[in-house]
Design a protein around this ligand. Structure first.
Ligand code: GLC
Length: 642
């Protein structure tokens, strides 16, 4: 039997009134301390608006004030195209982040970008707690969303340069030209390790050797994020795609029309760690603020697991073992791939450790699904709090609470000569000389030069994918100097004839330069054999090589995101027969003069292959160290000139 009540309380009327008072007091107490109730407005004294406090204290204070709806809103990233018709939804749903995919050039100037972002920011600030939003974009080789911004060589060319410091300087210029437009966050660098050059994202990799990505990750992350993430020249960086995106097997893609991209990487765990995980350790050690999960899957023994669903690799390894304290963002609509049951897909991704979901369209459905999962216990409040804390910490570090609106002071430097010089230096350093019979190169610049090929006068081909649009464009996607113009600029005394298809007479020229090129592509669209793209030289470019190199001494320059099947077009070695000199130019970006510089000896050739160059496409995957390794040109190969 329980203890007896004191006499006073044995009279029902008194007992009930005392109980009622106690209950009322309890309810009031609960309301005051239950997270999510506003314990009075923040005034900047000792609360999350107090910039003098350490970030973790500001995060804890803000988190304690947030409702579950506000927390889930912070985990929601929406494409700007989906929110534009409903701008007040940023406030109504407390959306934490916006983006536009594919580095789309939605506006012409930094000021217009800033005005658009500030407009959405005003909505975010017009909320109970005034939590600013983050805007993200794929400024992966320059802020190509702004015509006239500098476009750097894609990562594969930077890898050929074997100069992580230079890549870091390129990232710093990109960061400045991105934040000047009011954009806070770039989805770069890709620290993917491309193991099969048939992959349409090979050019986003620094190369097939994980040591390259490992060496580049730190300097590039620091280039983007700077010493102070709140500076108007810094942006939040993203190490992507976690993990193993570059190791998928040909034909394993889970996405229709693709062959490699978004496929399955089947390795032992040790192999996965040594090849694909190592670069993320370097990025984490450099303080990267976000990591993007990969569309692909890994199979380390127990069958394929989608990266977005992999609690072991995201939470135990990335966040636990590697010590990553930033936030994990999903890839574009990647959560939808996890299950036909959307609630299950959301639950799986969030419980695996995804902190922010790039929805990016049906944000109301995402928010409803996640709230329902929290309500049902499918996702714990602790997991939500962990995710939101990680996101808020980066927003505080970005200085968004103090300076939520764009600072376009740096807009005047977008496309500046100083910035272009860095891009030209990077393009020149990436040039990789693979043949130089008779020491044809460097040229003197006094020659009569015949220039042909599809890549000679095409900003679209020399910048490649992720340039002003997802897939890039053959219509000039941005301003820049073509390789032809670069030749004319670097060798003003040369007599230059240009005939893209080599239909003009070649006779009389001292030397020919044939610039063959891939058309731009991105992601699985570029998977060789998947659709319009392969690793062959186009018929027109092959014909131009035959015409020009059959008539005069010639240089073939390959503008591509990966090796191409060049061997059938090289002809015999030896001066005066076939192709005398061969240069891999990769995707050099907007500064075509950088391709011309080593051609005329203004800078030396010093590039070295970051990927193996196969005899033929079907030799892939072919990587240094493979048994029976027999490439056309080996990983690390490159001729030097003075
Ligand atoms: C894409 C890419 C990713 C990019 C994101 C946003 O699908 O996989 O690299 O950052 O979507 O555009």
């Amino acid at each position: 039997m329980g203890a007896s009540l004191p006499t006073l309380f044995r009279r029902p009327a008194i007992l009930w009134s005392v109980l009622a008072a106690a209950l009322a007091a309890a309810v009031v107490t609960v309301l005051l301390v239950v997270p999510g109730t506003d314990d009075g407005p923040a005034d900047g004294n000792g609360d999350y608006l107090d910039a003098s406090l350490p970030v973790d204290e500001r995060v804890d204070d803000l988190l304690s004030r947030m409702t579950i709806e506000e927390k889930v809103g912070q985990m929601t990233q929406v494409t700007v195209g989906a929110i534009d018709p409903y701008p007040t939804d940023v406030a109504e749903y407390g959306i934490g982040s916006l983006l536009n995919g594919g580095s789309e050039a939605l506006f012409s100037t930094a000021e217009e970008w800033a005005a658009m972002i500030d407009g959405h920011q005003a909505q975010a600030l017009d909320t109970r707690l005034g939590i600013p939003l983050m805007y993200g974009i794929d400024a992966v080789h320059g802020n190509t969303a702004i015509p006239g911004a500098v476009v750097f060589p894609h990562n594969i060319g930077l890898g050929a340069a074997h100069d992580p410091g230079l890549a870091g300087r390129a990232a710093a210029v990109t960061a400045a030209e991105t934040r000047a437009a009011g954009i806070h966050w770039t989805f770069a660098p890709c620290v993917c390790v491309a193991r099969d050059s048939r992959w349409g994202r090979t050019y986003e990799s620094y190369g097939e050797d994980p040591g390259l990505a490992f060496e580049y990750a730190g300097p590039v992350v620091q280039g983007y994020q700077g010493e102070d993430l709140a500076a108007n020249t810094s942006v939040l960086a993203t190490a992507k795609h976690y993990v193993g995106d570059g190791g998928t097997a040909y034909g394993s893609s889970t996405t229709e029309d693709y062959l490699l991209d978004q496929g399955v990487t089947t390795l032992t765990e040790d192999e996965l760690r040594s090849i694909h995980l190592a670069p993320f350790q370097a990025a984490v050690d450099a303080g990267v603020g976000s990591v993007m999960a990969s569309f692909s899957s890994t199979d380390i023994g127990g069958g394929p697991v989608k990266a977005h669903a992999d609690e072991y690799l995201i939470t135990e390894v990335l966040k636990g073992e590697l010590g990553f304290d930033g936030f994990v963002v999903s890839d574009w609509q990647a959560v939808d791939q996890l299950s036909d049951d959307y609630n299950e897909a959301v639950r799986t991704a969030i419980n695996a450790g995804v902190d922010m979901v790039m929805v990016p369209f049906e944000y109301k459905a995402f928010i409803a699904a996640l709230l329902a999962e929290v309500e049902s216990g499918g996702v714990s409040v602790e997991r939500i709090d962990d995710a939101v804390s990680r996101i808020l910490a980066q927003k505080f570090a970005l200085g968004l609470f103090e300076h939520p609106d764009a600072d376009t002071a740096g807009a005047a430097d977008i496309g500046s000569d100083a910035h272009r010089e860095v891009a030209r230096e990077a393009a020149a350093a990436s040039q990789t000389l693979l043949r130089n019979d008779g020491d044809l190169l460097p040229l003197t610049g006094q020659e009569s030069i015949y220039v042909a090929g599809s890549g000679a006068d095409s900003i679209g081909r020399q910048t490649g994918g992720w340039t002003a649009s997802w897939q890039g464009s053959l219509n000039p996607p941005t301003e820049g100097t073509t390789i032809l113009a670069g030749i004319q600029q670097v060798a003003p005394d040369a007599a230059v004839t240009f005939s893209e298809d080599a239909s003009a007479p070649v006779e009389g020229a001292d030397v020919g330069i044939v610039v063959v090129a891939e058309d731009p592509y991105a992601e699985g669209v570029g998977d060789a054999g998947a659709g319009d793209h392969d690793m062959a030289v186009s018929e027109a470019d092959a014909a131009a090589i035959a015409t020009v190199c059959g008539a005069v001494e010639c240089v073939v320059i390959v503008v591509s995101g990966r090796p191409v099947e060049i061997e059938p077009h090289l002809g015999a070695t030896g001066a005066g027969s076939g192709v005398d000199a061969l240069v891999a130019a990769w995707l050099p970006g907007s500064e075509g003069a950088g391709v011309a510089d080593p051609l005329f000896g203004a800078t030396p050739y010093n590039g070295r292959l970051p990927v193996t160059w196969p005899h033929q496409t079907d030799d892939e995957p072919l990587n240094v160290g493979d048994p029976g390794y027999d490439p056309l040109f080996a990983f690390g190969f490159g001729l030097q000139t003075a």
